[in-house]
Write a new protein. Structure first.
Lengths: 374, 620
């Protein structure tokens, strides 16, 4: 094959791709841009540790590869795998209390070359399963379907919260709830479930919380009551954010992170470092980027070919929002401290890989969208 | 319609479901945007509305002002010999946040460097007061062996560090303890007294003596630097720096060699001596024996050492020169003699008969001469040379207590001399007013009689006696005694003499009267009948002197006063006052030997050795 032939074939492939792309380029671009922002802040927040940045880059690359691979699998196949995937992830989750490891809680399973966090698998398999349970029913779902969904959501959520990992439990439960919401559950029923849930949380959930989790909630209400102890993180995060001002202190100039006043400044609290260095302008830009990603993902879901794809895509988009809101609310003192990372910005591989895999599912939905608009 | 509705429920319809999903997605996205707007609003509140507040708190986090303590001024004698210096020392410090299990670390450290219970107690006390990430001294004085041993075991003790610092050291130890005093760690009492901003970073303050009196000069000015610190308080960089200004060096009027000679002259007996240059009031030597090692106090005296000092014989911590109240006895006679001459009651050649006993008309009480049968007919010279009590009994009666006290007060008796050292007592100059105030009774004529020989209510301190003698030697010109001669800023700078209040003109009307008293005092040392002729005969210079033997009297001791021991010594109070050369006085000395037998035998040789030491080194 000569060079001309290669050029012609490449051109032909490109023309076809651009005419009917198999990937949603705006969404992919936004994700890659977000990853770039994350790596930039990570470099600064870690005090210039190139090793850390390379480590995270490798995980993001793995996640993006996974994204591309999943985008090639038709949703129909993914849907048919769903019950097995869910059952498998639930089985691993049940194993965690027995063979799991972890610093403060048993979260991980050592599978040799790497550590597997079953809860992360559930983040994807649970909304897939709820969508699977609803996909061939008449929507909006009736009480029977609702009961099935409740069971699918409750079992893994309880297992995860018991690990204990409140943040992940919250995300997992939300991802299932969003499927039900998008399936068109009637508003009175939503009100009924939310009201019952709130009452249940107050009377049953609160006594079940661990003491450190209660402390976090109490501190959220009044961090200055123990400024050197439990309130320290909240106060130092607010100081970092507030001292950033309109335009920030500049790249690499975060004193709160550099001088170690802000704990967890590469992981859960990294967005406070970003806010300190890039100010309100940077925060607004990143929040806009998040809003774009969520909106774009909902648009892809809205144009999906089938019910399962629609419900799953919409749930992934809204769950992504929960990450942003819980983390952003935490570092700005708007919400209590819950261990949820800032998606694609916080250091930490597992959640980034899961998130990118989720976007892989969305890209698959996009690539196999309806060929003809209805 | 009913059938249609039932069918709709059973059959999935793509169109309405898609529409339903889109409505829900739209609602969801609206909620997302609303929440993000709330979140953004929160960032606006923090980053715009409250920016100033958080900017300040961030800077407070980041920048810590750090005090740079000045180095304390050094103290020299008049010849520039070092009396107080700053030497490098090592202490062990610990930051609890970095150590973790403090108790385990302390237990480990005790094995390595040895920490006694006193230090442990102090550590626990400071631990309760300290701030976050502040280091606490564990052991203040580390020997070189301690430092080496710790270096070997250092890996076991994260958060524990050896910190070099400067500490005060008194190379002459006990010799000058009562003059120079000592510095000690700033305690709660000091903290209330001192201006805290001047003492930022400074751990010690002058507690007694020169160190306390001239604290302001010695201290210097604290410097400051602003350092960027991390959360553990580690300094990362210096942002700005105002260097400290060292304290002033002090040059004293004291002469180290004379001080040494004076202390040696006592041969281990407790007592006190003060030597003054009559021409200007400079204190040349000031001894209070026994002394103590002031270095013990610098970094906190151990309980055992302190108990030993309190239990030691003759109370070494007691500064006899300024606080020892003694009955002056016959050393008061030259002053009373001058009063008689100056007030026109006596001429030098006037003769008084001493028959061994003295009576007041109409009173049964008898006052005796020290020599049985008396001294016979004596003029001023003989009365002084032989210390004839009857001569002075009669003179005191003729003067009356009011004139006697009035005249002697000009020598400074009954009031602090104003020397530039703290803690001086006033002593007692007997008078009707004093007795009424103190004892609420009238003055009895008999009390005038014994006042004439320096007994009864009289109380003088060695510094008072020396100052009064210097005034007499200097012809009635009274210079305030002082110990600070000059100050200096930096060792290479010129000495700046300290301004001394100008002396008032002499209160003595007739130089002939002064000469008469001087001649009579020379007779004490050099005359054929002089009580101290044994110590004056071979002197290379003419000395004017007077002995005194009297009881000790002290008014200012509370509980620590050991009555049994003092009672044992009530019989033995030897005093001597002398100046030389007689006609060109360069040194006036007052000596008290607490354990002496008589003034002429015990105290005169001490005075002689002090005078010889000074005049040999500084020939007139």
């Amino acid at each position: 094959m000569n060079a001309t032939a290669i050029r012609v074939r490449t051109r032909r492939w490109l023309d076809r791709f651009l005419a009917r792309p198999v990937l949603d380029l705006p969404l992919l671009a936004a994700i890659v841009l977000l990853c770039a922002v994350g790596l930039t802040v990570l470099y600064s927040a870690s005090g210039g540790q190139v090793g850390l940045v390379l480590n995270q880059s490798a995980r993001l690359a793995l996640g993006l590869t996974l994204l591309l691979l999943l985008s090639r699998v038709p949703p129909a196949i993914l849907r048919s795998w769903t019950p097995w995937l869910f059952a498998g992830s639930l089985f691993l989750l049940a194993l965690v209390p027995f063979i799991g490891t972890g610093r403060s809680a048993r979260l991980w399973i050592d599978v040799g070359p790497f550590f597997l966090q079953p809860a992360e698998l559930v983040k994807l398999s649970l909304p897939m399963m709820v969508a699977w349970a609803l996909h061939d029913r008449v929507l909006p779902p009736g009480w029977g379907a609702l009961a099935a969904c409740a069971a699918i959501i409750a079992v893994p959520t309880v297992l995860i919260v018991a690990q204990p990992d409140l943040g992940t439990g919250l995300l997992v439960a939300a991802s299932g709830a969003f499927v039900v919401f998008l399936a068109g559950l009637s508003w009175p029923r939503i009100a009924l479930i939310l009201g019952g849930g709130a009452a249940g949380a107050a009377f049953i959930g609160w006594p079940m919380l661990h003491e450190y989790q209660k402390d976090r909630l109490r501190m959220f209400l009044d961090p200055e009551s123990d400024p050197l102890g439990a309130g320290w993180n909240i106060i130092q995060a607010e100081i970092a954010v507030g001292s950033g001002g309109l335009f920030g202190k500049g790249f690499g100039m975060s004193t709160q992170a550099k001088l170690d006043f802000l704990p967890e400044h590469t992981t859960d609290f990294i967005f406070a470092v970003f806010a300190e260095e890039f100010g309100l302008v940077g925060v607004a830009a990143v929040l806009a980027l998040y809003a774009f990603i969520i909106g774009r993902a909902l648009w892809i879901a809205a144009n999906a070919r089938d019910t399962w794809s629609r419900l799953l895509g919409g749930s992934l988009a809204l769950t992504f929002f929960v990450y942003v809101m819980v983390n952003g609310g935490m570092i700005s003192g708007l919400l209590p401290v819950v261990g949820v990372p800032m998606p694609l910005i916080s250091y930490g591989g597992t959640s980034a890989v899961t998130l990118l895999a989720g976007f892989g599912l969305l890209q698959s939905i996009y690539a196999h969208r309806r060929l003809v608009a209805t | 319609m009913a059938i249609g509705a039932a069918a709709a429920r059973r059959v999935k319809e793509a169109g309405p479901e898609t529409a339903l999903f889109r409505r829900r997605a739209l609602v969801g996205f609206a909620i997302v945007l609303a929440c993000l707007a709330i979140l953004g609003g929160r960032f606006v509140v923090l980053q715009v509305a409250r920016h100033a507040e958080f900017h300040g708190r961030s800077e407070d986090n980041r920048i810590k002002p750090r005090a740079l303590p000045p180095s304390r001024g050094l103290i020299y004698d008049r010849a520039g010999r070092l009396l107080a210096e700053n030497i490098p020392q090592y202490r062990l410090e610990l930051v609890p946040e970095q150590v973790g299990d403090v108790d385990a670390a302390i237990a480990g450290l005790r094995e390595v460097v040895g920490i006694d219970d006193d230090e442990l107690e102090r550590f626990e006390a400071e631990r309760r007061l300290r701030r976050r990430f502040e280091s606490i001294p564990v052991k203040l004085q580390m020997s070189e062996a301690d430092v080496a041993r710790f270096a070997v075991h250092r890996w076991r003790f994260p958060g524990v560090e050896v910190v070099p610092y400067l500490t005060r050291y008194y190379p002459e130890g006990a010799l000058l303890a009562h003059v120079i005093g000592y510095v000690g760690r700033i305690d709660e009492e000091d903290r209330q007294r001192l201006e805290s901003s001047r003492y930022a970073g400074t751990s010690h303050v002058g507690k007694t003596g020169i160190e306390r009196q001239y604290e302001d000069l010695l201290l210097g000015t604290v410097g400051f630097e602003r350092v960027e610190t991390d959360v553990r308080g580690r300094a990362l960089s210096t942002l700005s720096r105002v260097p400290p200004k060292q304290g002033r060096n002090l040059y004293l009027t004291l002469d180290l060699e004379l001080q040494r000679a004076a202390a040696a002259a006592f041969d281990g007996q407790p007592g006190s001596a003060v030597a003054i240059d009559p021409r200007n009031g400079e204190v040349l030597a000031m001894v209070s024996l026994p002394g103590f090692d002031p270095n013990l106090f610098v970094n906190g005296i151990s309980r055992r050492d302190y108990a030993a000092l309190l239990a030691a014989p003759y109370r070494p911590l007691f500064n006899r020169a300024l606080q020892g109240g003694y009955e002056p006895g016959s050393t008061m006679k030259p002053f009373i003699a001058l009063a008689g001459l100056e007030l026109g009651l006596r001429r030098p050649q006037d003769v008084v008969f001493s028959g061994g006993e003295f009576r007041l008309p109409g009173m049964p009480q008898v006052w005796r001469d020290w020599k049985a049968g008396g001294h016979g007919r004596v003029d001023l010279n003989e009365a002084m040379a032989q210390s004839v009590n009857t001569y002075f009994y009669q003179l005191a009666v003729d003067l009356g207590v009011d004139r006697l006290g009035g005249y002697l007060s000009q020598f400074g008796f009954g009031a602090p001399t104003g020397i530039d050292l703290g803690g001086e007592i006033a002593g007692v100059l007997p008078s009707r007013a004093w007795k009424r105030a103190q004892l609420a009774t009238e003055w009895y004529p008999g009390e005038t009689v014994i006042a004439g020989i320096g007994q009864g209510y009289w109380v003088v301190t060695p510094i008072q006696l020396a100052s009064a003698l210097a005034t007499l030697a200097g012809g009635g010109v009274r210079h305030a005694p002082h110990v600070l001669a000059a100050t200096q800023y930096g060792i290479d700078a010129a000495r700046e003499p300290v301004a001394v209040a100008p002396a008032r003109a002499s209160f003595v009307k007739s130089a002939a009267n002064l000469d008469a008293v001087r001649v009579s005092m020379e007779a004490v040392m050099h005359g054929p009948t002089g009580t101290a002729r044994a110590f004056g005969a071979d002197a290379p210079w003419r000395i004017a002197g007077k002995s005194g033997t009297a009881q000790r009297f002290t008014r200012r001791d509370g509980g620590e006063y050991d009555e049994t021991r003092v009672a044992e010594h009530l019989r033995h109070r030897a005093l001597f006052v002398a100046w030389a050369p007689a006609e060109d006085p360069r040194i006036a000395v007052a000596v008290v030997v607490e354990h002496g037998n008589s003034g002429s035998r015990a105290a005169a040789p001490v005075a002689r050795r002090i005078i010889d030491a000074w005049l040999t080194a500084n020939p007139p």
